[in-house]
Design a binder for this molecule. Structure first.
Ligand code: ZN
Length: 263
């Protein structure tokens, strides 16, 4: 028997999914031994998602704060056989049914055993029965690849406000960005695990001449979500130049092809 935690995020509570999570916890053979309502602050999100930094992950930090500090969350301490793995299974199961994107994914659980102790001890300790429940050590999350410091280029809070409603429902396919020439070819972008949101958006923003930052965010997020999407269309030459620019910015999961609009 050992202990793990699940964080029910504000959208979980708002959407009334707590009962669904509790049933999933029970089916995973876990027992809830302590639970507390918490109001996360920007300092909490900075501590919990330490793989993102203030200057290298401006977008991820801004979206996380908007997502997680905007209402109550709830922490569940759960115990059972290999609680760490069981809590991760609960997270995946709940997300497969209810998540609607990176910033609407309902629940959090530690992905690494070292993070279980680091994050769990930060979140717990709110009553006598959950004082520093975690002692295991192990690997921590590494800092993710950084992107541009977009604070120099855009009003980030305003950008987050304008995109937020679209990120709380199933993201609609954005219009591919129009490059020069007749749209006969397309640059395709996929889901690149070697990149972070900020590093991918930085590459897209630099590769598509004149694109708005918000548009680059939506194109990148949608391509990540569906695993392959024509983010830009145009003539053969413009498409080739844009593809080259993506490669130069370290994007590997991209390519070119003919474009046949489906609409
Ligand atoms: Zn407690």
């Amino acid at each position: 028997m050992n202990t793990a935690f699940l964080l029910l995020k504000p959208d979980c509570l708002r959407r009334g999914l707590t009962g669904d999570v509790e049933r999933t916890v029970a089916r995973a053979g876990l027992r809830i031994r302590c639970r507390h309502r918490v109001e996360l602050t920007p300092d909490d999100t900075r501590f919990l998602w330490s793989e993102y930094t203030d200057s290298g992950h401006v977008l991820a930090r801004a979206f996380l704060d908007r997502y997680l500090t905007g209402g109550p969350s709830e922490i569940l301490l759960v115990s059972g056989e290999d609680a760490f793995e069981a809590a991760r299974r609960v997270k995946r199961s709940v997300r497969s049914r209810h998540a609607m994107g990176l910033f609407a994914n309902v629940v959090h659980a530690a992905e690494r055993r070292g993070e279980l102790a680091r994050q769990g001890n930060h979140l717990a300790g709110r009553c006598a029965s959950c004082t520093r429940p975690f002692t295991s050590s192990g690997e921590l999350n590494a800092v993710r690849p950084a992107g541009a410091d977009f604070r120099e280029h855009a009003d980030i809070p305003r950008l987050v406000d304008s995109l937020w409603p679209k990120l709380q429902v199933d993201l609609e396919a954005p219009e591919p960005y129009r490059l020069d020439g007749d749209p006969v070819a397309a640059v395709y972008l996929g889901s690149d695990r070697d990149h972070s949101l900020d590093s991918s958006v930085t590459a897209v923003w630099r590769a598509l001449p004149g694109v708005e930052l918000g548009e680059a965010v939506l194109l990148t997020m949608y391509a990540d979500r569906v695993g392959g999407f024509p983010i830009a269309v145009g003539g053969e030459d413009a498409v080739r130049r844009t593809h080259r620019a993506l490669l130069d910015h370290g994007i590997r999961v991209c390519g070119t092809g003919p474009y046949h609009p489906s609409r």
